[in-house]
Design a protein around this ligand. Structure first.
Ligand SMILES: Cc1ncc(COP(=O)(O)O)c(C=O)c1O
Length: 354
């Protein structure tokens, strides 16, 4: 079959899909920044309840928004629910379509889907270099011009785990014109421990800010695909119009409601993350390996020229980590924090290789 496909579509890179290797087959999976623990029994109960209603179209999105509003002290109509935050990223491209402003700004090392979605929707991406592996809001402000339509910031930053502060964000956002949307993707925010982590919600009524959060990381629901956006109610209503009806299935909505209510589970996940971070800091220091201090559930480790080879050797030993070549950091790997057993296995295998 001869099919005419334009170059703009031909050149869209594939998003790296997660592999199906699981703990039960002896694999240690530390490559996708997932939560290594399954969700609590409360979530499983809600999933079982949902099964009895799958003959109906999914309701419950409004109730999930109201639950989130209660958590944040906001209104339900400040929230937008997506099939993972990836769907919310797509909605911003659809809602922000503009005749002359077709530019998107991201950082040079950042989450791959921003650029992929930008290409799908016909935007041009400008990549702004990091400064010392941290998002440099000064450089981003300088890169903006009269074609810029959306800026994607990711805080804490995947893949480095670094963050910009409240004061830095305040300085930046107050200078952004209303024609430009600033999306702050806070997929890993629950893990951030620094007191200067930005309180982005404080800016969303006065400035063009959309905050993205997800149930995929700290809440352990990556396989169900639920993310949410927080913003000014009128703006959120425009985004909502670009959304496919019923894009989040009933099981996912009810599981997210149960997970959002389960504060003690979240506290346990964060305590485990803190312990894993301390373990990696100590173990990597003992191995004389350079790492970037992290505010997230993963750590970026510099291995030099052998980074790719070591990633492959770890794979042969059933330990999955992510080589950072595609992020423009070919001397580094990113290790997601796992269970104590998985973390120990990873360090033991690394010890044999470095
Ligand atoms: C920065 C960032 N944003 C968004 C996502 C995707 O989140 P979701 O599972 O909610 O689509 C990821 C996943 O790894 C991520 O690293």
């Amino acid at each position: 079959m001869k099919l005419s496909i334009s170059d703009s579509v031909r050149n869209i890179p594939y998003y790296p899909k997660a592999l199906m290797y699981g703990h039960e087959d002896g694999w240690v999976r530390l490559s996708s920044n997932e939560n290594p623990y399954p969700p609590s029994e409360k979530v499983f109960e809600s999933i079982l309840d949902a099964l009895f209603a799958i003959n109906r179209y999914p309701g419950g999105e409004k109730e999930l928004k109201d639950d989130l509003a209660g958590l944040y002290g906001l209104k339900g109509d400040n929230f937008l629910i997506g099939n993972g935050s990836n769907e919310l990223i797509e909605m911003t491209f659809r809602a922000m379509k503009h005749a002359t402003r077709t530019g998107v700004i991201v950082t040079e090392s950042s989450f791959a889907f921003y650029d992929i979605a930008a290409r799908i929707y016909g935007y041009e991406t400008t990549k702004v270099p990091l400064t010392g592996l941290t998002t440099d809001l000064g450089k981003i402000a300088a890169a903006m011009d009269d074609r810029t339509r959306i800026v994607f910031l990711n805080n804490p930053l995947n893949p480095a785990g670094t963050m910009f502060s409240h004061e830095e964000f305040e300085r930046f956002i107050t200078s952004v014109p209303p024609e430009v949307l600033v999306v702050v993707d806070e997929a890993y925010a629950e893990f951030a421990e620094s007191e200067s982590f930005p309180r982005t919600i404080a800016f969303m009524e006065k400035y063009p800010v959309l905050i993205l959060r997800t149930f995929s990381k700290a809440y352990g629901l990556a396989g169900l695909r639920v993310g949410y956006g927080i913003g000014n109610a009128e703006f959120v209503s425009f985004l909502e119009r670009t959304k496919q009806p019923f894009s989040i299935n009933l099981i996912a909505i009810l599981a997210a409601r149960a997970a959002a209510r389960d504060e003690s589970r979240l506290a346990a996940v964060l305590a485990n993350n803190r312990a894993a971070k301390a373990f990696y800091y100590e173990s990597l220091t003992a191995l004389n390996l350079e790492y970037t201090p992290t505010e997230a559930n993963f750590v970026l480790v510099r291995l030099g020229m052998r980074a790719e080879e070591i990633t492959k050797k770890l794979f042969e030993r059933k330990v999955l980590v992510r080589f950072m070549g595609a992020y423009g950091l070919p001397d580094s790997i990113r290790i997601s924090f796992g269970t104590p057993y998985e973390n120990t296995r990873c360090i033991e295998e690394l010890k044999r290789l470095v």
